[in-house]
Design a protein around this ligand. Sequence first.
Ligand SMILES: *Cc1c(COP(=O)(O)O)cnc(C)c1O
Length: 359
Amino acid sequence: MKITLNPNAKDDATRNALVAEGGFGKYYTDHMVVCEWNEKDGWGEPELKPYGPLSLDPATAVFHYGQEIFEGMKAYRQPDGSISLFRPDANAKRFANSAKRLALPEMPEALFLETVEALVKQDAGWVPDKVGESLYIRPFMIATEVGLGVRPTNKAAYILIATPAGAYFDPSKAVSVWISTEYVRAALGGTGEAKCGGNYAASLVAQKAAAQEGCDQVVWIDAIERKWVEEMGGMNLYFVKGKGADATVVTPKLTGTLLPGITRDSILSVAKDLGYKTEEVMLSIDDWRDGVASGEISEIFACGTAAVVSPVGVAKSSMGTWITGDGQPGVITMQIRNYLLAIQHGTTADTHSWTHKVC
Ligand SMILES: *Cc1c(COP(=O)(O)O)cnc(C)c1O
């Protein structure tokens, strides 16, 4: 890897003050990694260099036809001061799958990991210390062929940036959701399984509608029957059925239109570790309404790398408003959240070998 260090890298005091501010996505680390691909030569040598603006021709393909994919992953400070990634191999695999769907070049897993490790090592001082805090890492790829002709690009750029993420979780608050019957996130054969910017672009109007209904997030239902619960915003969903040790932790099945979340997948194992039964199911909005009314559904939460686990309280839709439990974060939700965070931060045994030490 070519390395060009940032002569204007923040000094320790300045950097520590920015990291201590918390928040998410406000400040970026001193460096980024760029790796270019073209059809003839394949992937070039990655370069770690100072974080800064890109210079692109206005006719660059990504600006016009949205050929773009991304990933989201985190580096966590460990009790001994070292830094670990959480299941970075899973991000590398999903990035390759997203690339395939968007007709972008698949990046070899080893090259992907090499770039992530290099940036985390170089900018290790930006990784916060506390449990719940982390360095959020954003790999992405754009089509860089210049020209307005519509075709799969013959040039692409992979870029890697990172931003410190504070502990913005408020345990006293569950999110409210608007179940959208107007908009669709994904249909079979579309890009729902790929992590691409286009999915998000198409989702924002529904997010706006949710806000107009006084809700924090939108819940997506399937495109065909308009009744099967799929995801919440950019996170997967979980429902807790029953209470205590007999509870079953269920999540909507991956039908081809849901984004296969790595947090979702991890929780299927974590819930079993904690002694709960787990199921991947088809769950309808009627099941949601009736389950909440009868008390069978005792807790609901959403999960994803950024927020890890977010309790869901009030659900609003054109069919009415349903409140889960007492509208507060559930006991099992918090237990799963804390256990997963403990694995990520190395304060409990990593029996699944999920953590990947960087430095
Ligand atoms: C990224 C993402 C998720 C969560 O995936 P994680 O790997 O758990 O971060 C869920 N849904 C959508 C639409 C996403 O883009």
